[in-house]
Design a protein around this ligand. Structure first.
Ligand code: ADP
Length: 194
């Protein structure tokens, strides 16, 4: 138990604002933010590993669970060696676990303390936000509407199952269909003192 990294999980459909909320929470010295999407995109796309990862991402598919957890674990260990992540910090996990299998595989490494869920059902609004981000960040997987809808469907299916796996007392739901600062305010009302 003592060797497990205490973790905060953050969920929300693509475009819900996980990145924004995670950035805000990482202003706290006791939080280390880890986004699997960012982690996978940071792997050299010309390497064999990078090409394989890109083939999943570009189709809107999830990477295989075992591979995902292995890459994640390798990265966490690197961050510890580099002294970027300190074991007494909370790991803020954005994008993982995404499936029940990943949740089970991660139990070897993490102790889930809190789960933040950003709720927004307005798909058109999400798509508009993502297309805007695609222009700014050059994320091709955010441009194609069919792929975006597929990611949203996968999110709904997987997350619904996943959240049942955890004690309801650890889950905090927030309305993400508000202005950015309003969502931030709501989240900080609960987590400012972390
Ligand atoms: P979003 O949450 O907006 O769909 P992310 O940036 O978190 O986007 O992830 C982008 C892509 O990276 C996903 O569509 C998927 O292909 C891959 N990915 C990220 N996290 C995971 C994960 N835990 N398991 C499998 N694939 C993942």
């Amino acid at each position: 138990m003592e060797n497990l990294y205490k973790s905060i999980l953050i969920y929300g459909p693509p475009g819900a604002g996980k990145g924004t909320i995670s950035q805000v929470l990482s202003l706290s010295e006791s939080v280390f933010h880890l986004s699997t999407g960012a982690l996978f995109r940071s792997i050299d796309p010309n390497s064999e590993k990078g090409k394989m990862i890109k083939s999943y991402i570009d189709k809107g598919n999830l990477l295989p669970d075992g591979l995902t957890v292995d890459l994640w674990h390798e990265y966490v260990e690197d961050q510890i060696k580099l002294k970027k992540f300190k074991k007494e910090q909370y790991l803020l996990l954005d994008g993982i676990p995404r499936t029940l299998k990943q949740a089970v595989l991660l139990e070897k490494y993490i102790q889930v303390e809190y789960i933040i869920v950003l709720q927004i059902e307005d798909t058109d609004k999400l798509i508009a936000r993502l297309k805007n981000r695609a222009k700014i960040e050059g994320r091709m997987d955010d441009l194609d509407e069919t792929i975006l809808k597929k990611r949203m469907d996968i999110y709904l299916q997987d997350t619904t199952k996943l959240l049942k796996h955890y004690p309801q007392s650890k889950i905090f739901n927030f309305n993400a269909d508000q202005k950015k600062l309003e969502v931030i305010k709501d989240v900080l009302m609960k987590f400012a003192s972390i």
